[in-house]
Structure formats: C-alpha cells, structure tokens
Design a binder for this molecule. Structure first.
Ligand code: B12
Ligand code: SF4
Length: 446
C-alpha cells in the first residue's frame, strides 16, 4: 500500500514505562492536520498495546490505561549502579520491520517526548537512514526542541549523508514547508483532529483545551516550550469531544493541559455544563496535575457531575515550598471542596516531587504523612532535570553524570541530582507512599 507519510512513535528504552494516558500528542496532531490537507498517513505506534502481531497482549486496566508490551534488554553500562532492570517497551523489532516493509511512503516523520527517550528515536534514525537512504526524515517533539544540539551532533557525526531535518518551527510553518515539497495524494479528510482513529484501537482520546501555563516553576519547561498561553474556544472543545464520542464511541478523555482550570469560567466551565446538560456520559481524567488554587466549590461540583474520574493535584511539598503555584491553605481548601463534591479517595491524588538538587528527604516524608493525615493518596514523582530551567543549572552541580552532554541522564529513575543516591531512603519513601495510598483506598498491601 502507498502512503504519503509514515508517522512513527518510537520505542521507549527505560527502567519503567506505563500507559497512564501516554500518547505522542504532537505527532498525532500533525497527522490530523496533514490528513485534512489530503495527505495519506500511515501511523505506526511502536508502543501500541493492542497491535495484532504482539506475542502477548499486555495487561490493561479500566479507563483505557495499562501496561505496554516489554522485553528485557541488557542494562547500559552507565546505569550499572541503578538497582532496576532495563527494558525496551513496545513492539518486537521483527514486527516493526514486517510492518514497515509492507508499505511504501514518501517521507518519515518521527517524534520523541521525554529528553531521555532519545535512544528509541536514534534506532529509527539509524534504520531509516541506512535502509531508506532516498527518503527524507523529519524529526520533531520535545526532545528535539530542548536538546537540539545533542540531536544535531549525533546526526552530523553518524548520519551525515542522510536526509534528516530537525523541526523546531511551529506545526503550521512545518506543514507549509511540506506542502511545497509534496503533493497530497488523496482528497482532504473532513476533520483535522489528531489521528487517534489510525491506532489499532482508541482506548482513550487526549484533549488540550489550552497550551502553556501562566506559572513559572523552577523545575518546569512549560514556559520555554510554549511561551504564550493559547486557548481553544468552548465550542471547539465541545465539538471535539462529541466527534470522538459519537463517531468512535470513545468514553475516556484525558486532558494534557498545563493549566486546565485557568480561566475556568470562559473555557472549561461552558464545556462541562454542556456535557452535563446533554448527559454525554463520558469519563474525564487529569493525569497532568490541576492547580488546587483554582478549585472552588463550584469547580469541584462541575468536575464531579461532568464525569471526572481521575484528579491529580500538584502539591510538590507541604513545607519549604519551591514553587508558587499553590499555598497549603489553597490545597486544603481544594481537597475539602473535592471531597464535598463526592470525589472518592480512589479518584483523588497529589503529586509529591522528590529527588530535587539538595533534597531534604525528611521533608518528603513529612509531606507524605501530611497527605495521609488529610486523606489524600500521595503519588511520588521523581525529579527529571530539564535543560533551560533554573533547577537544571542547580542539578548540574550535584549530579554524578554529565547532564549537559547526554540527555540519557535526565531519566528520573536514576535520581540524577545525586553523587550517591540514598537508595534505601528512596525505597523507604516509595513503600511509605504506597502504604498510605493503599490504606486510604482500602487495598491490602503486605
Ligand atoms: C502531558 C504530559 C505528560 C503526560 C504524558 C506525556 C507523554 N505524551 O509522554 C504524563 C502525565 C503521563 C506525563 C508524565 C511525565 N512527565 Co510529562 N509532560 C506532559 C506535557 C504537559 C505535555 C506534553 C505534550 O503532549 N505536549 C504537547 C504537544 C503538542 O507538544 P509536542 O509533542 O512537543 O509537539 C509539538 C512539536 O514538538 C511538534 N512535533 C512533535 N512531534 C513532531 C514530529 C515531527 C516530525 C515534527 C515535524 C514536529 C513534531 O509538533 C507539535 C505541535 O507544535 C509536557 C509539558 C509541555 N507543556 O509540553 C510535560 C513534560 C514532557 N513531562 C515532563 C516530565 C518531567 C514528566 C515526568 C517525568 C514527571 C514525573 N516526575 O513523574 C513523567 C514521566 C513519564 C514517563 N516516564 O512515563 C517534562 C519533560 C522531562 C524530560 N526530561 O523530557 C515536561 C516537558 C514537563 C516539565 N516538567 O517541564 N507527562
Ligand atoms: S504550574 Fe505546572 S505546568 Fe505550570 S510552570 Fe508550574 S509545573 Fe509547569
């Protein structure tokens, strides 16, 4: 079969990876725009948990989330001190080759989200530049934008003769450039929504109602990636939800917004009211934390009534806070409103960031105990240093790795900000967090 473009979401090489509403939104978004212009797209998700050629389907859970298929691989030499096993997540390599050789395409579009996931991208760059040397390759995504020199350096050193373009421009500029080079082979597709329907199965759909964030936390790249706060209209958001619900019977929707509740009155509120009025019967999830500051009694009620099933609040730390997105009072108030609105403890959770440079482990423990006391399940989030942020500069001074040279060391599992990570303390905190969570939700742990 002939296609204009082959779009690939790479494998993940890591200690862990879980489909917690994890999709390469940028790539799917581009696919939607290109298809709408008449280009034919083959979308190959190498993480696809439902691919018919997988040797064994991975375990899945309710709301569309679950495990990826994985294969253990030797741990890279530089990770020898990390007491964890290493895997390649996604389709076996033979399946990938079988699929790719069964189709024809004019160009390949590759993405990469986390900066430390670039090995999956590099395997694909090597493969296509040697086996398809006459086909141009376009690379984009968060890794390319945050670590462009690293990517450039690799291409210049190892793949100098390949036709590889690193794209850091806006999606619109990139599409303009593509249009000058390639003629569409089909009639335009009627909608330009991200190509979730090109997956083996749509277990959920990702929504963005806005891009960017009005805050500037010292560990976060949001303002570098998206300096302006850009919003969709309530009508656009509503129509997108209805499209997926009516055409594809999608029930679960996860929001990726950095600031979902910001400007609530004019953006999300009208959408949720319509969802309630029309009795749409969908589940909403906010895996990317929402701001407790914006949770009023009315917001909490609307979230509950409209079908939110997963709410994560960003807390980071109970004392000695290093961000200004929420005060403890605002956090407590939000929790009480959410509980009053009827959210169960299974539906609620708070992220506690730990492993930051010069970490105070006692404070992390106190935060977990504080959450236990107020009855909010804690979720530890290991810190990943991100280039261009103030915490990255700090992290460089404390790391045992050359963070600037190789993004592989941004991996949050390796606690990159320490000369000698206190693995026992880390293990203790993980167990404490799990125990509190399970006690609150009522699951037996030990
Ligand atoms: C949603 C989200 C998540 C989701 C899922 C993310 C995913 N898809 O993998 C969840 C909640 C699960 C998550 C988890 C984590 N996340 Co997160 N996440 C995000 C967030 C908010 C949005 C990502 C996104 O979809 N962006 C929107 C799309 C449109 O952007 P995009 O992919 O870049 O695409 C655009 C361009 O790049 C381009 N493009 C993309 N692909 C291609 C391809 C081609 C060919 C071309 C031409 C163009 C192109 O087109 C698009 C339109 O312009 C970002 C922050 C942000 N604001 O971006 C953080 C972010 C990516 N996460 C981050 C972190 C730290 C984490 C965690 C480690 C947090 C933690 N401590 O636990 C975990 C790790 C997850 C894991 N290991 O499995 C960091 C990055 C860390 C790093 N070193 O890379 C970010 C940047 C936030 C931050 N703190 O600064 N995350
Ligand atoms: S509030 Fe969240 S998205 Fe916004 S800057 Fe802080 S961590 Fe980043």
């Amino acid at each position: 079969m002939n296609y204009d473009f082959l779009l690939i979401n790479p494998w993940i090489y890591d200690f862990s990876a879980y489909d917690f509403w994890l999709k390469p939104y940028g790539l799917l978004y581009l696919g939607g725009k290109l298809r709408n212009l008449g280009y034919s797209i083959y979308y190959l998700d190498l993480l696809d948990p439902f691919h018919p050629l997988l040797p064994k389907p991975p375990k899945r859970k309710e709301f569309g989330i679950g495990h990826f298929y994985k294969e253990p691989i030797p741990k890279p030499i530089y990770f020898k001190d990390i007491p964890r096993r290493f895997y390649r997540y996604g389709l076996p390599v033979e399946v990938f080759k079988k699929v790719v050789t069964s189709i024809k395409f004019k160009a390949v579009l590759l993405t990469c989200t986390m900066t430390y996931w670039y090995p999956g991208l590099f395997v694909l760059l090597n493969f296509f530049s040697s086996s398809y040397s006459n086909i141009p390759i376009y690379v984009g995504g968060i890794y390319s934008r945050l670590c462009i020199d690293h990517l450039k350096n690799y291409i210049e050193t190892y793949l100098r003769n390949a036709e590889i373009y690193i794209v850091t421009s806006s999606a619109e500029d990139f599409i303009d450039a593509l249009q000058k080079k390639f003629k569409p082979s089909r009639t335009p597709y009627p909608v330009d929504y991200p190509v979730f329907d090109l997956q083996s199965k749509i277990s959920y759909v990702i929504l963005f109602t806005s891009f960017g964030c009005p805050f500037k936390c010292p560990y976060c790249a949001s303002s570098n990636l998206q300096p302006q706060f850009v919003e969709k209209s309530p009508v656009q958001i509503w129509e997108e939800i209805v499209f997926w619900k009516t055409c594809y019977q999608v029930k679960d929707f996860a929001f990726y917004d950095d600031a979902l509740l910001f400007n609530f009155e004019t953006r999300l509120k009208p959408v949720l009211e319509k969802v309630i009025d029309e009795n749409l019967k969908v589940n909403f999830h906010a895996p990317n934390a929402i701001h407790a500051r914006f949770v009023t009694r009315e917001v909490a009620k609307l979230l509950k009534k409209s079908g939110f099933k997963t709410i994560r609040l960003g807390l980071e730390r109970a004392e000695n806070r290093f961000d200004n997105k929420v005060t403890l009072e605002e956090f407590l108030q939000a929790v009480s409103y959410l509980k009053e609105a009827g959210f169960s403890l299974k539906e609620l959770g708070a992220y506690v960031l730990y492993g930051i440079p010069e970490e105070n482990w006692e404070e992390v423990k106190k935060t977990l105990l504080f959450l236990a006391e107020i009855g909010v399940p804690p979720h530890l989030a290991e810190f990943s240093p991100i280039p261009g942020t103030p915490f990255f500069e700090k992290a460089k001074n404390f790391s045992r790795y050359p963070l600037e040279e190789d993004p592989i060391f941004h991996n949050n599992t390796i606690f990159p900000c320490f000369k000698n990570p206190p693995w026992e303390k880390i293990q203790y905190l993980k167990q404490l967090s799990r125990r509190i969570r399970h006690q609150l939700i009522g699951i037996k742990t030990f």
